[in-house]
Design a protein around this ligand. Structure first.
Ligand code: ADP
Ligand code: ZN
Length: 722
């Protein structure tokens, strides 16, 4: 085929199900997977050539590809991965591609590496567009013209005009630093017998160069990380790339440093706080194949892998692997899918594996490697239950006398204590004592949460904020608003009353974000703080060697939920929090405050008998036909008008294709009936494992087109039932 006769089907990063056709100009060479720039309407987009086919006369009026980039073509397996993901989650292929193309600057020719930063002068002329440019550049970091344009939603011409004006200045960027070659044999630890056996098994799995999934199931502190490093080393010896997935929040500097020590080379980190320039460096390094180890959050799956040979999913049970916004996907499940498509092994690691993975082990689909003991002298913490019905708890307090005594002893011994409460802010609810009014969000059916440090009330569903107030908005009475219940800030206040000398840190996503949060986590690990009060983000795989006491303030909090996974989740959360204690030289203890000490979960926590608790959970799931014994998909209908959402949900229910193999529950008003001013209804599809759920959904929804303000979101394998 000569180049004159070629048509390229180009997939664009837009909500499109199929690629668009373009003519390849005679002097241009493209292959399947090439990254190209093409015109669409008045704009131009970067897309990927999905297919190349011969030119026929009816294609006369096609537009030309504008340019082809020198970036290595997207490998066929990666394209297949994007297709599969789109099919599985019923998303347009283009929306999935968009996640793989979030680094526009990676396509600029390497010689044109200039950037802009804010200058001292003000623009001669101010327009809303220019204002937006200044806003995105406010923090002073150099950004490239295309990045600024994308962030501010303006054309690059605006950026260039402002540079001429002197409002921003151009500077040359140094070349991107390549990634160093890791050394698979650098600084491996001498293993104990159990670790050695686990490492051998993982190593031989990788050596086989086939698809296989192994669950590395070991108690907290047993050396899972050290063990899966051996699997990574083996893949590196084969010359392949390795992806280590972590929940975003566990991607800390100390963890990256640990990977660097083990392999004597800095790994590529990938998370949402990366500077654009570093983002570009990693993206290119992965595409070119010299970024050999990537330690990343879930979106790292979509990097343009040149030669991926292993994925390790650490903390595989973590809910954070499920993305709910935009394209909803589960990164652990997609890691397994990727391995199956590209024929490489996958390691899932956890101290509290998901029921999904445990059942896959029982079915013989996954192999299992277990580590039963903590490494060295460290032992699993003893877990004690504090029965809050009989414990001594002063009114208006949340910490019982026995827990307080232990915190005191811990601090006095020079150690670190942790108090865990999974609630952000000061108080989850504010009530007017004069008229009984609850302060609620104007946009959502949810309470406003008081954040006292920041002197605001905030809705945790839409982010709506109001200044803290002293006056009831309903009856105008002053001084009668009272906080109900504790959040971490209120708990910190109580702790400070008891321990005025303590160095207290609050670990909560809204107090310390991003880089700052990573700093605080490091300070906790270094023992700068001796009393840590935290939400669930303390449970995510951190290694705090000074911590010897973990106190769980309200163990019953998550159990009330109607989520089918709430039992399993609570179990994992509490076991992980308790597991933060005693990972260093000194033994640890954990205390669990509960009003239901006879609950099977609490009893299992105390006795450490995970298997019998999970066996019971499995029976419940099995009886209910719930995952992993059955499959679920949620349909979430929303609209700014209540009646519209209701009518659409009911209309959907009327056209359910006749079937005996599955059940559609609802429609019903969602548990959170209104979010961001949108009224919400839900339908839940429940199917046995053998049913083709996606085919059913496609058939059902093939002619359904929500109009106007109506939205229909399909959530396959939902984790969120609100
Ligand atoms: P996990 O991932 O199971 O929680 P880690 O791999 O983080 O456990 O190990 C816990 C701690 O024990 C770490 O500080 C680690 O360096 C140390 N450790 C684990 N195995 C060994 C070993 N064989 N020799 C020395 N230290 C070890
Ligand atoms: Zn709200």
């Amino acid at each position: 085929m000569t180049s004159e006769s070629v048509i390229a089907e180009v997939l664009l990063p837009l909500a499109l199900a199929t690629p668009y056709s373009y003519r390849v100009p005679p002097d241009m060479e493209v292959v399947e997977g090439s990254y190209v720039e093409v015109p669409l309407g008045p704009r131009s987009y970067i897309g990927v050539v999905w297919e190349v086919r011969p030119f026929v006369a009816s294609n006369m009026r096609l537009r030309d590809i504008a340019q082809v980039f020198t970036t290595p073509a997207m490998p066929a397996t990666h394209r297949k991965f994007i297709e599969w993901l789109a099919t599985y989650y019923l998303e347009p292929k283009g929306s999935v591609l968009r996640m793989a193309l979030r680094v526009p600057s990676a396509f600029e020719a390497p010689r044109a590496q200039t950037a802009f930063r804010i200058a001292t002068g003000l623009p001669k002329r101010m327009t809303p567009q220019r204002q937006r440019v200044l806003e995105v550049m406010r923090d002073g970091f150099p950004l490239q013209a295309r990045e600024i344009a994308d962030l501010a939603g303006v054309g690059t011409s605006v950026v260039k005009a402002m540079a001429k004006d002197g409002a921003i200045e151009e500077l040359a960027l140094p070349a991107l630093r390549p990634f160093a070659e890791p050394d698979p044999g650098a600084e491996a630890l001498p293993f104990n017998a159990e670790q050695q056996q686990a490492a051998d098994e993982l190593r031989s799995m990788v050596a086989a160069r086939q698809h296989k999934v192994t669950l590395l199931d070991g108690v907290t502190g047993s050396g899972k990380t050290e063990v899966y490093f051996e699997a990574m080393a083996e893949a590196l010896r084969q010359g392949r790339q390795v992806l280590l997935l972590l929940p975003e929040i566990a991607l800390t500097a100390p963890f990256l440093a640990r990977v660097e020590r083990r392999f004597a080379a800095e790994p590529a980190g990938w998370h949402s706080d990366l500077r654009p320039r570093e983002r570009e460096r990693v993206w290119r390094g992965v595409a070119e194949g010299h970024a050999r180890i990537v330690v990343g959050a879930r979106s790292a799956l979509f990097l343009p892998w040149a030669n991926l040979g292993l994925i390790v999913v650490d903390e595989e049970h973590e809910g954070a692997y499920k993305q709910d916004e935009g394209v909803s996907y589960h990164a652990r499940d997609m890691a397994v899918l990727y391995g199956a498509l590209a024929q490489f092994p996958v390691v899932l690691s956890s101290a509290t594996p998901s029921l999904e993975s445990l059942v896959n082990v029982d079915r013989g689909r996954y192999a299992s490697v277990r580590l039963h003991d903590r490494h060295g002298r460290a032992e699993l913490p003893d877990i004690g239950l504090i029965d809050m019905r009989s414990a001594d708890v002063p009114t208006g307090s949340w910490l019982s006398a026995p827990l307080l005594a232990d915190v005191k002893a811990t601090i006095e011994a020079g150690d670190q204590a942790l108090l865990f409460l999974n609630r952000r802010g000061y108080a989850p609810l504010t009530l007017c004592r004069a008229c009984g009014h609850h302060l609620n969000c104007p946009n959502c059916s949810a309470a406003m949460v008081e954040h006292r440090f920041r002197r605001i009330l905030q809705c945790h569903h839409c982010g709506h904020q109001e200044p803290a107030t002293n006056t009831c908005p309903k009856c105008n009475t002053e001084g009668k608003l009272v906080p109900i219940g504790p959040g971490v800030e209120r708990l910190a206040e109580e702790a400070a009353r008891h321990f005025p000398e303590a160095r207290i840190a609050i670990l909560s996503s809204d107090i310390s974000r991003g880089v700052m949060l990573r700093d605080v986590l490091k300070e906790v690990a270094d023992g700068v703080w001796n009393l840590v009060i935290g939400t669930q983000l303390v449970a995510k795989g951190h290694h705090f060697p000074h911590l010897t006491l973990a106190g769980i303030v309200d163990a019953d909090l998550a159990l009330e939920s109607s989520d089918p996974r709430s039992g399993e989740r609570t179990w994992a959360l509490l076991a992980q929090v308790a597991g933060r204690a005693g990972r260093g030289e000194k033994p640890g203890r954990a205390f669990v405050q509960t009003y239901a000490p006879e609950h099977p979960l609490m009893r299992a926590l105390k006795s450490g008998d995970r298997d019998s608790y999970l066996a019971q959970e499995r029976l419940i799931r099995q009886a209910g036909g719930l995952p992993p014994y059955g499959r679920l998909a949620a349909l979430i209908i929303s609209s700014d008008k209540a009646h519209e959402a209701e009518a659409f949900a009911k209309a959907l229910a009327k056209i359910i294709p006749p079937t005996d193999d599955l059940q559609v529950l609802g429609p019903a008003i969602a548990p959170i009936a209104v979010i961001r001013g949108r009224h919400r209804w839900r339908l839940l599809v429940k199917a046995s494992r053998t049913v083709d759920l996606q085919a059913f959904l496609r058939l059902w929804l093939k002619d359904v087109k929500p109009k106007g303000q109506l939205q229909l979101q399909i959530d396959v394998d939902p984790y969120n039932f609100l």
